[in-house]
Unconditional design. Sequence first.
Length: 99
Amino acid sequence: MSIKKIKRDNQKRIKKGLENEVKEKLGMFDKIGEECLACKKEFDKTNREMVESWNVVVRQDEDKVNLYCPECWDFAQKIVKEVFNEQSSTESNVLIEEQ
């Protein structure tokens, strides 16, 4: 088998894999809800501003797509950041006390 043939076969395999991945993700697009998961604010798929500003979280393992409005997303990010900072400061205090 020539090197060119091997390269061509590899490129075909890679292309096919990418095509399957795109198909899979587009299939998940149909599962986007019509409202924010947290506050139930209505989502309009035809509104360009909403499409660009809302956040979509895809959970492929659970075959689930979660949709969040900007306000709920910002609030959730703030809470996560606070919890993370709290945990890291608690861990630091524990390390200091152990020494």
